[in-house]
Design a protein around this ligand. Structure first.
Ligand code: GLG
Length: 815
């Protein structure tokens, strides 16, 4: 048996420098003199991993041998951000690192910058998964993150000379990637297609047509000061038939690699375009691929070397969280494993399965709840389709027995005959369903999953999202972190964020507030440098930094913000606002649009062109600037959020499930202008209505508008400023005179405007004077910003994890 030793004790800077030299010499095979920053980055990363290794082994051993149930977080996305600084922080090696690399003749920043950010996620959902696994490790809860190591993550975004979004592949593995360890000896076989045959004894055998090899790449997930290191296991797809030599020898070179390409396509890219049938197929292949490999992996981990494990104990070993609908095929897969591979009867298998899974819903948009054509599942996973049909039959019988009306039963169908509704399958097949903010969870019960909540009220619960204070305060905002520590007299807040409450009295202390204002100023100054380096733009740091960063989507209403900017531009230009009344602002946008999302891409183009026109207009120089920053990612967030004065959370009420950017901004001392949507509601409750710029319709008002037949043109006619802004878009002002450039967008605003941008415009403009009046009073603005920080401790992902532990997972940290 391997000896599990205690975690390696911290080293001195000199020792750490020696460890780096050793890595350079023996693994990188370069001398310290030859080494570049990129070499040192790899060497340091490996040295840090060595420090974490013993804790990693010990955590694994305790996870398997202990009596604490583990958590398996199944997610198509893990948007991790750069690893090195976080690993150094959690390993307690930050100071040693700074000194050691300096001793080697490098600047710490250059080493950190040599890392390439992995973009294995799309937005909030993926970043949430990353925050959650950080918190689980920090709390000492045994956990596995399970997902896919995509070869290409979310695309890299550029803008062409016309301001249009251009997507390029993000080949993040172009250079050595020191964090993932490919473990060829823990692979799994995942099969597809073929047919199901019935055996003489009535059991079924699935005879698949093809299989791929799932090879895990393991990432250590170090907890902050917990001595625990969990595992993020990302699967990559390999072919069993590497290469067809016969075909090659017939000079059929493409055919020779075809099987390999087919297999490797599965982990090639995050969210392949799915408007075609093959695209859909690939997505389902991906989902099944990682879920099947993960379930088998968990059985391997918890029942090592056992041919006939007692899997009735499986739900006591690990509980799986389905992060959105992407992993929901795991429910029929576990049924299949239990019945076909281990010989359990249906009822036993069902009892194990329902205890094993729970489902988190992250949306209120019906189109985001996945529905698969039954024919597709039938082709790719014929045995699973049979199981789903049987689950559906059992479900319908259960509903009937409960006296549910026939019409309602039909509405609730998991399997409709031609489609499978994954959210319904997840709701029925798991123990709990949760939304991600109070309002969202309520709307799930009242609207989206109402029928289910009526029949199974106890399944439904809420866990409000959170963000990790390690990455998003401690690492992103060292100046604020120092000030918080000074104010509280302790740095314990990093792992107990509710301690921030202790800053509340300091909001009344002018000296403290001034220090806080100085931190913000310094962060703005630093961001000006970052933007110059990264984007080549000049920013006036003595302006209000006003930021809107998030995926580009109509419901998030980037349109509302850009129309407001256009309106302000027109007012300044026409002299309608007096020079002395202008609050100079710099507006930052950061957003990627899905490659096939036409209006979203057009909105990006518009923002870029508004930016161009404004920046070349001397009439507004020094008063208004707009920047659409390319390729919004975790790194940009870490730099921009701490520098922001005012954050935009302006989605249509009832559409943003939670939002997590809103939490990051509040924790970094930005004020928020927002609607009563998602977690904004809870943020406002906590920081106080006086310290939050609220505007816009409520969920009920939105519903009433839909019910009465919403007419956007009415708003256009009624508000001259809105009319002027839209007219400027329509008349070619931002398209070199081309009146057609934005006509689809303009037509949508005037005739459809599903997310009611126009209806909220006047209210949004109305609140700007309040914002500007407060900003003019520097001390008062910062006092309120301090109160935002002091009262946002609740939005730590540590707290979210504690809520999951108590309400859903019913497990605890390792002893
Ligand atoms: C979703 C939602 C966000 C939410 C995030 C994490 O749109 O409102 O904050 O998940 O729960 N698809 C998403 O990014």
């Amino acid at each position: 048996m391997t000896e599990i030793t205690a975690p390696k004790s911290p080293v001195t800077a000199e020792q750490f420098a020696d460890e780096i030299r050793e890595q350079l010499k023996y693994t990188q095979n370069v001398t310290a003199e030859q080494a570049t920053a990129a070499d040192v980055y790899v060497a340091v990363s490996k040295a840090v991993r060595n420090h974490l290794a013993d804790s990693w082994f010990k955590t694994q051993a305790d996870t398997v041998n202990g009596n604490t149930k583990a958590v398996g977080y199944l997610s198509a996305e893990f948007l991790m951000g750069k690893q090195l600084e976080n690993a150094l922080l959690n390993a307690g090696l930050t100071d040693q690192f700074d000194k050691a690399v300096e001793a080697l003749g490098f600047k710490p920043k250059d080493i950190v910058d040599a890392e390439y950010e992995p973009g294995l996620g799309n937005g909030g959902l993926g970043r949430l998964a990353a925050c959650f696994i950080d918190s689980l490790a920090s709390l000492g809860v045994p956990a596995f993150g399970y997902g896919i190591q995509y070869k290409y993550g979310i695309f890299k975004q550029k803008f062409d000379e016309n301001g249009k979004q251009v997507e390029t592949p993000d080949y993040w593995l172009a250079n050595e990637e020191p964090w993932g360890h490919t473990d060829y000896n823990r692979d799994q076989k995942v099969s597809f297609g073929g047919k199901v045959v019935e055996n003489a004894d009535g059991t079924k055998t699935w005879e698949p047509a093809w299989s791929v090899r799932a090879v895990p790449v393991d990432y250590m997930v170090p907890g902050y000061k917990s001595q625990r290191v969990n595992t993020l296991r990302l699967w990559t797809a390999k072919s069993y038939d590497e290469f067809d030599l016969l075909a090659f020898n017939r000079s059929e070179y493409m055919d020779a690699v075809a099987p390999q390409v087919k297999a490797e396509n599965i982990s090639k890219i995050l969210y392949p375009e799915d408007s075609t049938k093959v695209g859909k197929e690939l997505r389902l292949e991906q989902q099944y691929f990682f879920v099947s490999a993960s379930l088998h992996d968990a059985i391997r981990v918890f029942y090592p070397g056992q041919d006939k494990p007692d899997l009735t104990t499986f739900p006591n070993k690990i509980v799986f969280q389905l992060n959105d609908t992407h992993p929901v095929i795991g429910i029929p897969e576990l049924m299949r494993i239990l019945i076909d591979e281990y010989g359990y009867d249906w009822d036993t298998a069902w009892s194990i399965t329902t205890k094993t899974f729970n489902y988190t819903c992250h949306t209120l948009l019906p189109e985001a709840l996945e529905v698969w054509p039954a024919s597709l599942i039938g082709e790719l996973l014929p045995r699973h389709l049979e199981i789903i049909e049987k689950i559906n039959a059992q479900f319908e019988a259960e509903l009937k027995a409960k006296g549910v009306a026939a019409d309602t039963i039909k509405d609730m169908a998991i399997y409709t005959g031609d489609a499978v509704r994954m959210a319904y399958l997840a709701t029925y097949g798991g123990s709990h369903v949760n939304g991600v903010a109070e309002l969202h969870s309520q709307l799930l019960k009242d609207v989206t999953l109402k029928n289910f909540s009526d029949v199974y009220p106890d399944k439904f619960t809420n866990v409000t999202n959170g963000v990790t204070p390690r990455r998003f305060v401690k690492l992103a905002n060292p100046r604020l972190s120092d000030l918080i520590t000074e104010g509280l007299g302790t740095d314990k807040w990093v792992s107990d964020l509710e301690l921030l409450k202790g800053l509340e009295p300091l909001a009344a202390d002018d000296e403290f507030v001034k220090k806080f204002a100085a931190v913000k100023k310094a962060n703005k100054h630093a961001f000006v440098g970052f933007a110059k380096d990264h984007y080549g733009i000049d920013i006036d740091e003595n302006t209000l930094f006003n930021t809107m960063v998030k995926r580009l989507h109509e419901y998030k209403r980037q349109s509302l913000k850009i129309l407001a900017v256009i309106s302000t531009y027109a007012d300044i230009k026409s002299g309608k606002v007096k020079a002395e009344d202008i609050t100079p602002r710099t507006v930052f946008f950061g957003a990627k649009a899905a490659p096939g999302y036409y209006l979203a891409k057009m909105t990006i183009e518009l923002i870029n062109n508004v930016s161009r026109v404004i920046s070349s207009d001397s009439a507004v120089k020094g008063k208004l600037a707009v920047h659409m920053l390319p390729n919004y990612n975790v790194e940009m967030a870490q730099n921009l959020i701490p520098a922001t004065d005012l954050d935009e959370q302006i989605s249509q009420a009832g559409k943003e499930a939670s939002g997590t950017g809103n939490m990051k901004f509040a924790l970094n001392g930005a004020m928020t202008v927002g609607t009563l949507d998602g977690a904004n509601v809870e943020i406002r409750e906590r920081v106080g209505a006086d310290n939050f710029f609220l505007f816009g319709m409520t969920v009920d008002e939105v519903e009433a508008q839909y019910a009465n037949g919403y007419d956007p043109a009415k708003y256009y006619e009624a508000d001259p400023r809105l009319k002027q802004a839209i007219d400027l878009v329509a008349d070619g002002t931002f398209s070199n005179g081309d009146r057609n450039a934005y006509s689809p967008l303009v037509a949508d605003w005037l005739t459809k405007d599903w997310f009611m941008t126009l209806a909220d415009f006047s209210a949004y403009m109305g609140i700007q004077s309040e914002i500007e009046a407060l900003y003019a009073d520097e001390l008062e603005w910062n006092r309120k910003a301090v109160l935002n920080v002091a009262n946002s401790g609740y939005f730590s992902s540590d707290r979210s994890m504690e809520d999951y532990l108590e309400r859903i997972w019913h497990t605890a940290p390792l002893a």
